[in-house]
Write a protein that binds this ligand. Structure first.
Ligand code: CA
Ligand code: CA
Length: 234
């Protein structure tokens, strides 16, 4: 038979225990808002290509290959590819291969009909997102049917089509300024089916411009697809 005093103690212990559980649950619910408002961006990769010519190239600024799976890229909820189907223009208005629209048509195939090829030399291609956006990442495939490095790859964001307002670099691997846009601290990289994913850190802009100066296989500047993950700026 329990003593009344013990019953009261048990009850007090149980109450304290429940209060503790509620506190722990409460702490879980009040996790930092920033983490709760983010989700992984949705990335669809093309089929890997097996074969092609192994790359015989070494540059002092070439990044080491990384075969580990890419971790999810977290961005604010509602972030999507805002470049899909948008208007494209270029320093080479009449491309050597394909058409400018292939840059953002959602097709990541590498067959000749699916690839945009800009002329030799320092060329750019840009997409008009149609309105100012906060931009969190870009994902770029120049070409992925063999191992290649595209030289002096640079990516800029601006508020105007002429790139005179709010111009910011979000990538630049021209480490010796041979293209004349300025010295960049990013690395050269070997193309593959996973594309190049770069954090744009929420930069605001309406136009995204890509530069390059040929590649390890030929002098042209190829593009399979560009995705720009962002949200309309309020
Ligand atoms: Ca495409
Ligand atoms: Ca260079």
């Amino acid at each position: 038979m329990s003593h009344p005093f013990l019953l009261i103690r048990h009850h007090a212990c149980a109450t304290a225990l429940i209060a503790g559980v509620v506190l722990v649950l409460g702490a879980g619910l009040s996790a930092p808002a920033a983490a709760q408002d983010k989700e992984a961006i949705k990335i669809e990769l093309p089929q890997p290509y097996f074969g092609g010519t192994p790359l015989d190239y070494f540059g002092p600024n070439l990044e080491k290959p990384n075969y580990k799976p890419r971790p999810p890229f977290m961005a604010p909820k509602g972030t999507t590819n805002v470049a899909l189907g948008k208007a494209v223009s270029s320093s080479d208005a009449d491309p050597e291969l394909g058409a400018l629209g292939l840059l953002v048509d959602g097709d990541k195939g590498y067959r000749p009909k699916q690839v945009l090829g800009l002329a030799n030399g320092h060329q750019w291609v840009q997409v008009d997102l149609g309105a100012p956006h906060h931009l969190y990442a870009f994902l770029l495939w120049h070409y992925h049917a063999e191992e290649r490095v595209y030289f002096e790859t640079a990516v800029q964001v601006a508020s105007d089509a002429e790139f005179t307002k709010d111009v910011q670099f979000v990538f630049n691997n021209d480490h010796d300024n041979s293209a004349g846009l300025g010295v960049g601290s990013d690395k050269e990289y070997v193309e593959d089916y996973r594309g190049k994913l770069v954090d744009m850190k929420g930069v605001k802009g309406q136009f995204v411009r890509l530069y390059s100066v040929g590649n390890t296989s030929d002098e042209l500047n190829h593009y399979v697809e560009l995705e720009v993950f962002g949200k309309p700026a309020e």
